[in-house]
Design a protein around this ligand. Structure first.
Ligand code: C2E
Ligand code: MG
Ligand code: MG
Length: 390
């Protein structure tokens, strides 16, 4: 049994409330069990329940249903009614495992499935569930070796200021070319890397490589004013990030204002998102912060107002149909107005056609990025572009 979004309760209401809820939930679950059953808390918000006597899949389903129902009622904590749900994964002995380890691992996979299906439900283990886990493991191994074997590299996409057409910097985008898998797009491996906790290591490599490249351009006399790097919110949960960034800047002789960190909107503006000290630390350093894919997620304006953010990147999905869909045009205009009223700049991503560029100029968008201006390119092509422009 895993309580859903328990971290959010801890983060928003504090650990004493979290502890209280754990106790209430444990007691409520225990009340549904028989004396011959066992319930144990095995960590954080995870419980294991063992049903030992007279078990049929019918009785297991009955218990599972009762447990899920408990969470249909609010828990009275700290003078208020809190709603909490739980997800359950079930493994049956001996069908799903003849030893505790196997049984638990399979119950875990079923739990994972229950979470995937939207939480607040129970699932039985099925052998097909293992396939996804195997894929994740293969990906994890492949990614680990990818770093060692130098299969990963960065490409850089130019950004331009609309008012004077000036080249203002590049965004670093991660690429992976694997001998067997071919080119794997980031949309395919980044979510996996996040899930398996590998993103911190991977992201640290990206940050370092991007800073190294910016320093190298500088030494070669090639002026790239700013480097934007995409960071996973998991990287912003670690306080070490601030000193890591400061060290990198010193190491490659960079000014903090030359580095911009992009974080996608949904995790950034969530309560349980980045550690406030990390954002504040980065702001004090003088590093820029941009909200990526703005408009696609949880556009919490109150969270946005409190964050040391410098730029909003209008998601490409709103840019795509500019010139064809008045709704998207209205959204783009609204985001630009909102950003400006908060003193933030806007970057439009995915600009592919002239009519989009004309619209965005007219709407007062500050910066543009997209195939119309330049594709993501290798470092030497960036140099070529700059030489050409001068
Ligand atoms: P993003 O940060 O929003 O990056 C923009 C994506 O749009 C890139 O896809 C870029 O190649 C693509 N793009 C740029 N101009 C155009 C255009 O005119 N038209 C179209 N259709 N697409 C355009 P990419 O490189 O596949 O990256 C996808 C996402 O993966 C990124 O979205 C970012 O969220 C993530 N990502 C990429 N590199 C990293 C990284 O180093 N670390 C982390 N954490 N995430 C990364
Ligand atoms: Mg980005
Ligand atoms: Mg984006």
């Amino acid at each position: 049994v895993d309580l859903d979004r328990f971290k959010q309760i801890n983060d928003t209401l504090g650990h004493p409330v979290g502890d209280e809820i754990l106790k209430l939930a444990a007691r409520a679950m225990a009340a549904q069990l028989r004396a011959s059953d066992t319930i144990a808390r095995v960590g954080g918000d995870e419980f294991i329940i063992v049903l030992e006597k007279d078990v049929s899949s019918y009785s297991v389903s009955t218990v599972a249903r009762k447990l899920v129902e408990i969470f249909g009622h609010p828990f009275p904590v700290a003078g208020r009614d809190l709603y909490l749900t739980a997800s359950l994964g079930i493994g049956l002995f001996p069908k799903d495992g003849e030893d505790p380890d196997t049984l638990l691992r399979h119950a875990d996979l079923a739990l994972y499935k229950a979470k995937e299906l939207g939480r607040n439900n129970y699932q039985y283990y099925e052998p097909s569930l293992g396939a996804g886990a195997l894929e994740r493991m293969t990906l994890e191994n492949a990614l680990r070796t990818a770093l060692e074997r130098r299969e990963l590299y960065l490409v850089y996409q130019p950004m331009y200021r609309l008012s004077d057409r000036r080249f203002v910097g590049v965004e670093a985008l991660l690429r992976w070319t694997n001998p067997e898998l071919g080119d794997v797009p980031p949309a395919q491996f980044i979510p996996g890397a996040e899930e398996m906790g590998f993103i911190v290591e991977l992201g640290a490599w990206v940050l370092r490589e991007a800073c190294r490249q910016l320093g190298a351009w500088r030494l070669a006399g090639c002026e790239v004013p700013r480097m934007a790097v995409n960071l996973s919110v998991h990287q912003l949960e670690r306080e070490e990030l601030v000193t890591d960034v400061a060290d990198l800047l010193t190491e490659w002789g960079l000014h903090p204002g030359e580095l911009e960190i992009e974080v996608t909107e949904s995790p950034l503006l969530r309560q349980s998102g980045p550690a406030p000290e990390v954002l504040e630390g980065l702001r004090q350093l003088g590093v820029f912060l941009a909200v990526d894919d703005f408009g696609t997620g949880y556009s919490s304006l109150s969270a946005l107002r409190q964050m040391p953010v410098n730029r909003l990147k209008i998601d490409a999905s709103f840019v795509r149909d500019i010139g064809r869909d008045p709704n998207d045009e209205a959204i783009a205009r609204a985001i630009i107005a909102l950003a400006h009223s908060l003193g933030l700049e806007t970057v439009a991503e995915g600009v592919e056609r002239r009519e989009q560029a004309v619209f965005l100029t007219d709407a007062g968008c500050d910066i543009v990025q997209g195939y119309f201006y330049g594709r993501p390119m290798r470092p030497e092509e960036v140099v070529g572009k700059i030489v050409e422009a001068n």
